[in-house]
Every structure is written in structure tokens, then in C-alpha cells.
Design a protein around this ligand. Structure first.
Ligand code: HXC
Length: 269
């Protein structure tokens, strides 16, 4: 689908995108690149990173891949430093790395619970913390007229009500949303950094959908949920563009729900 944004809307900006090698993260990487941005992708799997970087470069996008695990503070610091060394600045941090699986609470080990909190919530904080000095207004490489950078945390709507077999992810995404609001308050006030989130609904063609919503569940859901339809990765990438360019310059502390209204819906009687 054609983008409603001008092709140079993030021209000259540098984005570091965790989990940017696949799924929603990759679509954000490629749309950011198609609109003039340069991209650093962080991920754990070298082959996924290499394939993603090659795909971006074949579109003429400046991109690098950096191996690392967001759970490790030293990886977060190293990847942020390498991004700065390569591109000379960092304008946007997108935290899209996430872990997920279906597990009933009684069958989920405490370590399984902690693992997802570590990836989603602690990982998001690690990256924000490591990137702070580069995102600050007047930080290294920033020109004083462009203000501070911005952060986008990819969340979910699972924790707005309660979601079957997703206690770990719900707790993790609730923490991510709180992190978004608190950093928006502190770093928006002190450093002119905008911190927002995006809460996608079910998005077609993502690892999350294939893991969490097998096809038969999807079909059954369609029958009773009037608003149910699959979103596209494109929808999330457009929201990320909106939040990271001047269109979103007065938006801070928001987690934007991009789900077609699904989480509001109840079965039709
Ligand atoms: C129960 C599980 C499990 C499963 C792992 N664990 N998978 N428990 N069911 N299917 C438990 C393990 O038993 C272990 O606990 C603990 O979690 C750590 O497991 P490891 O395999 O050692 O961890 P690790 O290699 O770090 O992998 C963690 C991972 C991750 C969470 C499984 O690799 C992962 O999810 N990768 C896929 C990424 C992904 O799908 N991303 C898309 C997210 S979609 P014990 O006690 O045995 O030591 C998304 C969308 C949400 O977030 C919104 C949807 C609408």
C-alpha cells in the first residue's frame, strides 16, 4: 500500500530498532528507510539480521545489523555505541524485541515468567537507558535546532482486560506501558525526548500471530467478534512514522492502540 507520508519525512534521521530483523520490527525498519532514514537493527540471530540488512540495502537503504540480546546491559550499551560510531547520531529508538509463547499460569515456571519480563520490560529499559545520552537535546551528534530524539515502545492490548495463557506477556507489556509514561514525563521534561508506544492488535504475517493464534482460532474468532480483522504490519509502521516525525511533535507518553477497535469488542448477542 502506498504511504501517505512524503518520501523524505525522516530524511537524515537514524533509527535503532530492536527486533528489527523480522515481523513488525522489520516493517518499521523498511518503512523508516523508504522515507529517508538510516537503520541499525539489533537482534540475537545473525542470519535473520544478515537477511534483513541485505533486503534493506537492496532497496537503497543505509542499514547495519548488530547482534545482541536486549536482556544484557553490556549488549545494549555496545549496540547503542556501535550505532553512534557508524552513523554519528541516534534520533529514534524503537523497542520491538519481544518474547512470547502460550502457557497457562499454572504450567508456567517462574523462570518462564521472568524470561518474558526480562526481554520485553527489562530489555526496553536497558535500551532506553543506554540510548539516553544520544537522544538528549544537544546530545552527541545532535544539532541544536532539532531538539531531542524519540523512543517508541511496541506493546500490546493483552493486559487491558486479561488474556488467556498470556500472564507473562500481559505483565511485561503493562510494565512497558508504565515505562513509556514515566520516561515521557522525566525525559520529556528534562531532555526534550518524546517517549510513546504502539499497541498492535493481531497483525497478519508476524511471528506473534503464527505462535499465538493458530488458524482455527482465528476463524472461530472471526465469527463472533464484529470488529475482528487482521491488521497489516504496514499499519504499525505508519503509526511509528507518525510518532517519530514532526506529525507527532506534541505527542508524548501515549501508547497508541492500532487494532481496528478489537480490544473494545464483545461477542454480539
Ligand atoms: C512454557 C516456556 C516456553 C513455552 C520457554 N519457556 N518457552 N514455558 N511454554 N512454550 C520457559 C522455559 O521452560 C524456561 O523456563 C524459560 O521459559 C526460558 O526459556 P528459554 O528457552 O531458555 O529462553 P530463551 O532461549 O531466552 O527464549 C525465550 C523465548 C524466546 C521467550 C522462548 O526465544 C521467544 O519467544 N522467541 C520468539 C520471539 C517471538 O515470538 N516474538 C514475537 C513476539 S509476539 P524453565 O523454568 O524451564 O527454565 C508478541 C505479540 C504480543 O510479543 C501481542 C499479541 C497480540
Amino acid at each position: 500500500m502506498e504511504s501517505p507520508f512524503k518520501p523524505d519525512v525522516v530524511k537524515g534521521k537514524v533509527a535503532l530498532i530492536t527486533g528489527g530483523g523480522s515481523g513488525i520490527g522489520f516493517e518499521i525498519s523498511s518503512q523508516f528507510g523508504k522515507h529517508g532514514g538510516s537503520i541499525a537493527i539489533m537482534g540475537r540471530r545473525k542470519q535473520v539480521l544478515d537477511d534483513a540488512v541485505n533486503a534493506l540495502r537492496s532497496l537503497g537503504i543505509q542499514a547495519i545489523g548488530l547482534e545482541g540480546d536486549v536482556r544484557k546491559q553490556e549488549d545494549a550499551r555496545r549496540v547503542v555505541e556501535s550505532t553512534f560510531q557508524h552513523f554519528g547520531k541516534i534520533d529514534v529508538l524503537v523497542n520491538a524485541a519481544a518474547g512470547n509463547f502460550l502457557a497457562a499460569a499454572e504450567d508456567l515456571s517462574p523462570n518462564g515468567f521472568r524470561t518474558v519480563l526480562d526481554i520485553d520490560a527489562v530489555g526496553t529499559f536497558n535500551m532506553c537507558h543506554a540510548a539516553l545520552k544520544y537522544l538528549k537535546k544537544d546530545g552527541p551528534g545532535r544539532d541544536s535546532s532539532s531538539g531531542g530524539g524519540s523512543i517508541i515502545n511496541i506493546s500490546a492490548t493483552l493486559h487491558y482486560p486479561a488474556s488467556w495463557y498470556q500472564i507473562h506477556v500481559s505483565a511485561a507489556k503493562a510494565a512497558v506501558d508504565a515505562t513509556t509514561r514515566n520516561l515521557a514525563l522525566e525525559w520529556g521534561t528534562d531532555y526534550d525526548i518524546r517517549v510513546n508506544g504502539i499497541a498492535p492488535g493481531p497483525i497478519g504475517g508476524t511471528p506473534g500471530m503464527s505462535k499465538l493464534v493458530p488458524e482455527e482460532i482465528e476463524n472461530k474468532t472471526r465469527e463472533y467478534m464484529p470488529l475482528y480483522k487482521l491488521g497489516e504490519k504496514w499499519d504499525i509502521a505508519m503509526a511509528a512514522l507518525y510518532l517519530s516525525c514532526d506529525s507527532g511533535k506534541f505527542v508524548n507518553g501515549l501508547t497508541m492502540v492500532v487494532d481496528g477497535g478489537l480490544w473494545l469488542s464483545k461477542p454480539r448477542h
